[in-house]
Ligand binder design. Structure first.
Ligand code: PLP
Length: 386
């Protein structure tokens, strides 16, 4: 199998980085469960010395992810948070970071509760307005860390505009591409230096693994990430690497269905009498719909949020779902619903939640890939209780 240089996206997802197993011809990369590798003679080995440093299953996944994101190298970590930690380890004492204000809660916790102890400083700004990013830059800013679309209010940041600002100030731009996936958004092509993922979500896609990845394109970043992955050691296991590799093969067909269902549910909710507001970047009513069409030309994925009249209404609706499951996380084949203000964002102070537009009556949906009529029926019967 030889992948041509101009292979299209879904072909890349299925084949990139993968060769039939040299020992048996197995078409699927095996789970190489091994801690060490026997060396032929002193100083002579096959490129594999120790399981933390190199593992063939992980290496295959990393080549696959690099190709899918259009980067030059990828590094797989034990979780999305350890991937973000590896990016942060690129910084030194005294450095300053500009961060999207309603970034993933775990990212905020890592930055605010852990990394500030190491002499790093962070400014949380509404990066959907590039002027606010510009205003937050200081001579000490070494990294701009953005998330787009954000959770759960689905605010977008113009990646190309922020990349220009970051680079003009000598800083790197890192994009958390978890919500969009590389099917819908290509941050490296838009000027970002680093992309991070919680592979737990769409890349694995089957709600059965926790993992993370960083994809890079510049030599200095690649060298450092390889060094920090081995030095800090938060590697993705061979089994989880195998699961994510299985996941990326179907990423384009899954994302097409997530996107179709996400849009259909958003349109359904927009006409529903019990619903007071719908947030989905693919709807013309979204304030950044024009940016969404430019930056996410293949559609806006499976994440949407809506509001009902009061918290009490939201509580009643959430307790009535039959097909959709009440759970944190997202990006799996099954539809999940959650109540961000008491679940994923409970640790965010109420005044901060108000600031980002996260009300107590907001419900978030991660649209799965079930039949859309079954999803609409379930939403409709649950909303009858609002
Ligand atoms: C889940 C998530 C993370 C953290 O990833 P884990 O795999 O849970 O460590 C980071 N960013 C976003 C946008 C996420 O949804």
């Amino acid at each position: 199998m030889k992948l041509s240089d101009h292979a299209r996206f879904s072909t890349v997802c299925i084949h990139a980085g993968q060769e039939p197993d040299p020992a048996t011809g197995a078409i699927i990369t095996p789970i190489y469960a091994t801690s060490t590798y026997v060396q032929e003679e002193l100083g002579k080995h096959k490129g594999f010395e120790y399981g933390r440093t190199q593992n063939p299953t992980r290496l295959t996944l990393e080549k696959n992810l690099a190709a899918i994101e259009g980067g030059r190298a990828a590094f797989a970590f034990a979780s999305g948070m350890s991937a973000t930690s590896a990016i942060a380890a690129r910084l030194s004492q005294g450095d300053h970071v500009v961060v999207t204000d309603n970034t993933y809660g775990g990212t905020f916790r890592l930055f605010d509760k852990v990394l500030t102890r190491y002499g790093l400083t962070f400014s949380y700004v509404d990066t959907s307005d590039p002027a606010l990013v510009e205003a937050a830059m200081t001579p000490k800013t070494k990294l701009v860390f953005i998330e787009t679309p954000t959770n759960p209010v689905l605010r977008l940041t113009d990646i190309a505009a922020v990349a220009e600002i970051a680079h003009r100030h000598g800083a790197l731009l890192s994009v958390d591409n978890t919500f969009a996936s590389p099917c819908l958004q290509k941050p490296l092509a838009l000027g970002a230096d680093l992309v991070m993922h919680s592979t737990t979500k769409y890349l694995n896609g089957h709600s059965d693994s926790i993992g993370g990845a960083v994809i890079a394109k510049r030599d200095e970043d690649i060298e450092w990430l390889r060094f920090i992955q081995n030095s800090a050691g938060a590697i993705l296991s061979p089994f989880d690497s195998w699961l994510v590799l299985r996941g990326t093969k179907t990423l384009p067909v899954r994302m097409a269905q997530h996107t179709a269902n996400g849009l259909a549910l958003a349109q359904f909710l927009e006409t529903h009498p019990k619903v007071t507001k719908v947030i989905y970047p693919g709807l013309p009513s979204h304030p950044q719909h024009a940016l969404a069409r430019r930056q996410m030309p293949n559609g806006c994925g499976g994440m949407l949020s809506f509001e009902v009249a009061t918290f009490e209404h939201a509580r009643r609706v959430l307790n009535q779902f039959k097909l959709m499951s009440l759970a944190e996380s997202l990006g799996g084949v099954e539809t999940l619903v959650c109540h961000p203000s008491t679940m994923t964002h409970a640790s965010v102070p109420p005044e901060r939640r108000a600031l980002i537009g996260l009300s107590d009556s907001l419900i978030r949906i991660s649209a799965g890939i079930e039949d859309i009529e079954d999803l609409k029926e379930d939403l409709d019967q649950a909303l009858r209780h609002a």
